[in-house]
Design a protein around this ligand. Structure first.
Ligand code: SF4
Ligand code: MG
Length: 336
């Protein structure tokens, strides 16, 4: 399968009163048609900034993208004229946010909102648009869809509202869906239903999904490929199995050990990762995870690890996996 979306060496900085802060540094990933990539990490790791860069939704006044490109069907989205980008947005690449109200207008009937999105991108008669809106509501499992076309967002529960947003996002049959913590605000049962729905629709429509989440449980159920982000970088990248069963980065291992229900053996205690992510404004030259890593070596404090390719699909940025690290400095790391 071919890559539908490629992010190459993306760097994103923000101008602040105290100088520039780099939120994303050298991020690379790709997603194939109909596949799902999960971007995982704690808040502040640069996941949402990466997602918003793809959609060009970052505030223009204070965002700097000094390097990198984002290839979608052989075009660089970062250098696309705004007019063309607006065409891509919604019709070819759609985004779903954690809070469904980000995408919904509280004063407009649901049916009208879906129809507006449709007619913005396609030439449909009013009747055709209404028919398509109805089909989409039925597809995402809204009961009594026909009468619900006339309802306002506040008349839906949180889970139903997120279904509506997914219906809107997929109405134009986009090739890529970017979902930023789409189920984080929902309770566990509803969460599972929404994820099932997304998987179902993905299969039907062959949509590629970029799933942003802090929850490895969600990743396990959804992803083909996983990118683990820390302090603006991808520290480990691989297939779902590589990330879960051949874990190489101490941060990934920490995430796995701190997540309930991921490990099969229930007797294993959950161990939270001590400390908190570094302040991006004062990052030193060493490994950004050094202050929290149980395996930190002398080299880690001053020297940033390079990316080591472990297989065609698996890579990691850690001195433990670098062949130049003397073996008496590198403790054996045991997978989860
Ligand atoms: Fe830990 Fe060093 Fe690897 Fe960073 S490079 S994750 S500090 S062992
Ligand atoms: Mg976020």
């Amino acid at each position: 399968k071919e890559n539908i979306l490629e992010v190459n060496n993306l760097h994103v900085s923000f101008k602040t009163r105290n100088g520039a802060i780099t939120a994303v540094r050298g991020v690379n990933f790709s997603v194939k048609k109909g596949n799902t990539i999960a971007i995982v990490g704690e808040s502040g790791s640069g996941k949402s900034v990466t997602a918003k860069s793809i959609m060009r939704l970052l505030p223009k006044q204070n965002t700097i993208i000094p390097e990198g490109n984002i290839k979608y069907e052989n075009r660089d989205l970062l250098s696309l004229p705004l007019k063309d980008m607006q065409k891509v947005r919604g019709s070819e690449i759609s985004m779903v946010f954690q809070d469904p109200m980000t995408s919904l207008n509280p004063t407009m009937k649901i049916g009208k909102q879906i129809m507006e999105g449709l007619t913005k991108h396609q030439t449909l008669s009013k009747k055709q648009a209404k028919q398509r809106a109805l089909e989409m509501l039925e597809l995402v499992g809204i009961p009594n869809a026909k009468s619900r076309l006339e309802a306002y967002p506040h008349q839906f529960s949180g889970g139903m509202r997120q279904r509506v947003v997914i219906a809107m996002a997929l109405a134009c049959n986009p090739k890529v869906l970017i979902a930023d913590e789409p189920t984080t605000a929902l309770d566990v049962t509803i969460q599972a239903q929404i994820l099932d729905l997304m998987k179902d629709l993905q299969e039907k429509m062959d949509t590629a999904i970029v799933l942003i989440t802090h929850d490895l449980g969600v990743v396990a159920n959804m992803a083909d490929t996983v990118a683990v982000m820390y302090a603006g970088e991808i520290v480990e990248y691989g297939t779902l199995d590589e990330i879960f069963y051949e874990t190489q980065h101490p941060y990934t291992l920490g995430l796995l050990r701190s997540m309930p229900n991921v490990n099969a053996s229930k007797s294993e205690p959950l161990i939270p990762i001590p400390g908190s992510p570094p302040d991006l404004a004062t990052l030193g030259t060493g490994c950004p995870f050094a202050a929290r890593c149980p395996y930190t070596m002398a080299v880690c404090h001053d020297h940033h690890p390079e990316t080591t390719q472990l297989s065609d699909s698996h890579s990691v940025s850690c001195w433990l996996q670098d062949s130049r690290t003397p073996s008496d400095h590198a403790p054996e790391i045991v997978g989860s």
